[in-house]
Structure formats: structure tokens, C-alpha cells
Design a protein around this ligand. Structure first.
Ligand code: C2O
Ligand code: CU
Length: 548
């Protein structure tokens, strides 16, 4: 692969926005962080091509004129016996990936997209702990992709078919053959049936495409949906449920005035990959600025960041906090009040919002200063019998002294001959380098992510749930000169909302981020990666092997 063309696209690219600003802030906050690293990136020649079509300016669009779609709950199409469960008949779902067009806003032409069951988000799969299900993921897409494939990217060579998919359920505890290995993609006309044993606590998962080298494009096209796990303990709590339990999948897009999705490209048509993709239109469940009529009562909202590279900084317009009850991998020990919630790509937060004091009024969900969803509270509703208990679930902290291994893994980048960073790497290795992380089944390990780049990276491990131990600023010069980990400030323990179970963790620049996990599960090959999809597609993904 000719890496020299992959210049880093900095803030000067124009389409990159406020998000980069915050990453820069984080850099500044990190004590002793030499500015040379981020500045070098920022001053790299911007190579973002000007869009070749007129784009919608979302600020000019009418707000809150479309009803928020709540994705339908998927219904099994039948049952199928499975050998892993002694021939027991398991519910079988069928999820066909299809091209479709739908309006994302009343005043825009329909937007061509790809979605599961012909919608974005796809239907919500609702399961229970201990109740395995089968899902047939069927590729019924057209033969041509409508977004710009970069054939210089590993796994997306010209020899590969344009349209390839493989579905991964993010955060699901499943065996390797059912996990959606990125190279196990298949083409239109083919399908794959995967087993989800339901061997995990109640939480909000989400499913999305994971095909090697084009995940960013397939997800941008619309291939994702939410996947909820319930369990008896969680159901006994009395939290808002049924129609009062709603997933809010948030993602940003650039929209052409024709209604089409615009995906940013570099100014080199032979190497269109860009290192980040930030849109100015924030969509929720398929709509731009939707509204939802709610009753004056409590709701359980599942906030899911399904964006390529953008984070969301969410708050409520009435200035009252969310009650956060869950993180990526399930309920927190106790609800925690949060005035704002920052979600990096693939992170989730379950919150309770109580509209009972706002009958007849409206409350907006905001990203930064902008209202993105409006809740219109009806004057009257049915009686609300839901409760939010003071204790939700015991979260046993894993004792770091039980770790048999601490893996120090750099989140780094590779520069081109001109000194421009162009590829983000995990521990200096490419996807195809031999597997270096081989945890033993049942053992506890700590993974120490040393972020030597100028950007935050949301790091995700498949199969396991983990706990955040700490973040700590370190001396980049000592690291670069001698691979010495020299801390320059105190250890920052996770706040209450990060003290539960996670599967994706934000790794700030200039910081070491440490997690701890027990590698339970079926031996086999899994992946870990940055969930900035542009990074993931271009080498910031590595295999790991759980050994028996
Ligand atoms: Cu959200 Cu490897 O995935
Ligand atoms: Cu990254």
C-alpha cells in the first residue's frame, strides 16, 4: 500500500468542526504534553476535497417538524434447532440488508440509504439473559457501492467485491465464529446465521457492519440498529419499560441538497480515505431534528453514539440532569445525576428522564448548544408506576492484583516521508502482523493504552466487558526516547458513570488509560480497535486470540 498519499486531514479542512477543538482542549489539559505532536498534525496540508455537490446547511432547516421514528421490535420469523443447545428450538430472526430511500427531513428529498430490514436504524432486537437467539444476517444489497471506496486500504483492494458485509453485535458475548470477524464478509445473495447465547447482563448493545476496509462506508450508509438485553434482576427493578423504553441512535451526516448522503473525500481520487468524518447534521433514529410526543412521566432512554468519528455532548434544555443508570455493558451500581453526557463513538448511556413536571411544555435533547430532539410533553398521561431504585446492581470491582499480565499498548501513528501522520496504529502494528495479544481464558489482565497521538481514540475490545482503572498524564518525550512510561501527574480514577462495565473507552491524548478485564469466553480470534471508523478501517484494528 502506498501510504505516502494518506495525509492527515487537519482542522483546516473546513468540514472538521468543533469536535477537533475539544480534542485540542484535551491536549492542552494534559500536563506536560508537548504541543509538537498535535501541531504537526494541524499544520499538515489539508487534503480534504471541497464537496462536489451543494450541501444542506442544517441550520437553515425547519426544526422539529418530523416525528421521531422508534424502530420496531424485531419479530422472529420462526425457530431452528441448534446443536450447541442440545437441539433446542431457538427463535430465529431474519435481517435482510437492503437499499431503500427515506426522508430524513420533511423539506428534503428522500435519502438513498442501506439498512437492515430496509430502514436506518434497523429493527431493535430484544433478548433476555439466558435465552439464546439466532439471527440470519442476509446481504440483499445492490452490487455497487454508492460511497467512495479507497482501494489502497488493506482489505479493500480492487480485487475485492465492492459490496461486502459482515455483522457484528457490538458488546455481545459470543464465540468467535459468531462475532463478525471482519474478513468473514460475504456478498449480495449470501447470508450468515449467527448464534447469540444471551450469556450476559441486561444492557444496550448495537449491531452494525464490520466488513474489512469499508466498515466506515457501510455504517455511514445506514447499516446499524440497536440490540437490547434484559434480565430478571433488571426487570424486577421497576424501571420504565415497554413503550417508555426507547433507543436514541445518534449519528452525524453531511447531506447533499439532492437528499443524498455525502461522504467526505481527500483531493486524491486514487486515495479518497480521510482520517475523520464529521457531519453537521445530527440525526436521531433516521431523522434530522425530530420531535417525540411523550407523557408527563419517566422514560428510560438508551443513548447510543453510532457516528463515524463525532462525539456527542448531550444535555437537556431545561437545565436539569439526566439520571444515568447504565453504561456500555449494563446498569451502574446506582443512578448518577449528570448535567451533560459525553459519548464517543460506540459508547452508550442509559438514562432516566422524568417529564412529569413539564406537562404541556417541551424539553429538548441538546448536543452542545443545539437542540437535536424535541420532547413534547402531553398535558396528561397514564399513571406512572415506574421507579428508579437507589441501588441498581452490584458491580464487583476487579482487583488489579489479580491481573496476570499488564499489556502496555501504544496508540500511535505512522508518518509519511514528509512527516505527515497518515495511519493510526495500535502498538505500532498493522492488521496483518502476527497476533501479539494472546490472553489465557479465565485470566485477568490490565491493558494500558498509551496515547501518543494528538487525538482521543475510543478503544473497543470484542467479547469482554471491562472496567476503567485510571487515566494519567505521561511524559511523551520519555516515551518517544526510551519507551519509558513516566507519569507527570496524579492518577485520575473513573467517575461514577465510568465505574460500571464498559466495552469502549475514550483514550485522551497525552494520557495513559488503563482498563482491567477477565478474559472469559470461548477461545478463538477476536478483534480490538479504535471505534473511529476511519481509523479502524485504516489499520487501527488488531486481532487478539483468547487461548484455551
Ligand atoms: Cu462496534 Cu468492532 O465494533
Ligand atoms: Cu483512532
Amino acid at each position: 500500500m502506498d501510504n505516502s498519499r494518506r495525509r492527515f486531514l487537519g482542522v483546516a479542512g473546513g468540514l472538521a468542526g468543533a469536535c477537533v477543538f475539544v480534542d485540542t482542549l484535551r491536549v492542552a489539559q494534559a500536563m506536560d504534553m508537548p504541543m509538537a505532536m498535535p501541531m504537526k498534525q494541524r499544520m499538515a496540508m489539508p487534503a480534504l476535497a471541497a464537496p462536489n455537490v451543494p450541501l444542506v446547511n442544517p441550520v437553515t432547516m425547519a426544526k422539529f417538524v418530523d416525528a421521531l421514528p422508534v424502530p420496531p421490535i424485531a419479530v422472529p420469523t420462526g425457530k431452528r434447532a441448534h446443536a450447541a443447545f442440545g437441539g433446542r428450538q431457538l427463535p430465529l430472526y431474519r435481517m435482510p440488508m437492503r437499499a431503500f430511500s427515506a426522508r430524513v427531513h420533511r423539506d428534503l428529498p428522500p435519502t438513498p440509504q442501506w439498512g437492515y430490514a430496509g430502514s436506518t436504524p434497523g429493527p431493535t432486537i430484544v433478548t433476555r439473559r439466558g435465552e439464546p437467539v439466532l439471527v440470519e444476517w442476509a446481504n440483499e444489497l445492490p452490487a455497487r457501492h454508492f460511497l467512495p471506496i479507497d482501494h489502497g486500504i488493506h482489505g479493500a483492494e480492487k480485487s475485492k467485491p465492492d459490496v461486502r458485509t459482515i455483522t457484528h453485535v457490538h458488546g455481545a458475548r459470543v464465540s468467535a465464529p459468531n462475532d463478525g470477524w471482519p474478513e468473514d464478509w460475504y456478498v449480495p445473495g449470501k447470508s450468515l446465521t449467527a448464534l447469540y447465547p444471551g450469556d450476559q447482563d441486561a444492557t444496550t448493545l448495537w449491531y452494525h457492519d464490520h466488513a474489512m476496509g469499508i466498515t466506515r462506508l457501510n455504517i455511514y450508509a445506514g447499516l446499524f440498529g440497536s440490540f437490547h438485553v434484559h434480565d430478571d434482576d433488571e426487570q424486577a427493578l421497576g424501571l420504565p419499560s415497554g413503550e417508555f423504553d426507547i433507543p436514541l441512535m445518534l449519528y452525524d451526516r453531511l447531506l447533499a441538497k439532492s437528499g443524498k448522503l455525502y461522504y467526505p473525500v481527500s483531493d486524491d481520487p486514487e486515495a479518497p480515505w480521510v482520517s475523520e468524518c464529521r457531519g453537521d447534521a445530527v440525526l436521531c433514529n433516521g431523522k434530522l431534528y425530530p420531535y417525540l410526543e411523550v407523557e408527563p412521566r419517566r422514560y428510560r432512554l438508551r443513548l447510543i453514539n453510532a457516528a463515524n468519528t463525532s462525539f456527542f455532548n448531550l444535555s437537556l434544555s431545561h437545565g436539569k440532569p439526566f439520571q444515568q443508570i447504565g453504561s456500555d455493558q449494563g446498569l451502574l451500581a446506582a443512578p448518577t445525576d449528570r448535567l451533560s453526557i459525553e459519548l464517543y463513538p460506540a459508547e452508550r448511556a442509559e438514562v432516566i428522564v422524568d417529564f412529569s413536571a413539564y406537562a404541556g411544555q417541551s424539553v429538548q435533547l441538546r448536543h452542545q448548544a443545539d437542540g437535536i430532539v424535541e420532547f413534547r410533553v402531553r398535558a396528561k398521561g397514564r399513571r406512572d408506576t415506574s421507579v428508579v431504585p437507589a441501588a441498581l446492581r452490584q458491580v464487583q470491582r476487579i482487583d488489579p492484583s489479580t491481573a496476570v499480565q499488564d499489556r502496555v499498548l501504544a496508540l500511535g501513528e505512522q508518518d509519511d516521508s514528509g512527516g505527515n501522520p497518515m495511519t493510526m496504529l495500535l502498538d505500532g502494528k498493522m492488521w496483518s502482523d502476527p497476533i501479539s495479544e494472546k490472553p489465557k481464558k479465565g485470566t485477568v489482565e490490565t491493558w494500558t493504552f498509551v496515547n501518543v497521538t494528538g487525538d482521543a481514540h475510543p478503544i473497543h475490545l470484542h467479547l469482554v466487558r471491562f472496567q476503567v482503572l485510571e487515566r494519567r498524564p505521561f511524559d511523551l518525550f520519555a516515551w518517544n526516547a526510551r519507551k519509558e512510561l513516566k507519569f507527570t501527574g496524579p492518577s485520575i480514577p473513573p467517575a461514577a458513570h465510568e465505574a460500571g462495565w464498559k466495552d469502549t473507552v475514550r483514550c485522551d491524548p497525552g494520557m495513559v488509560t488503563r482498563i482491567i478485564t477477565r478474559f472469559d469466553g470461548e477461545p478463538g480470534k477476536y478483534v480490538w480497535h479504535c471505534h473511529y471508523l476511519e481509523h479502524e478501517d485504516n489499520e487501527m484494528m488488531r486481532p487478539y486470540e483468547l487461548v484455551g
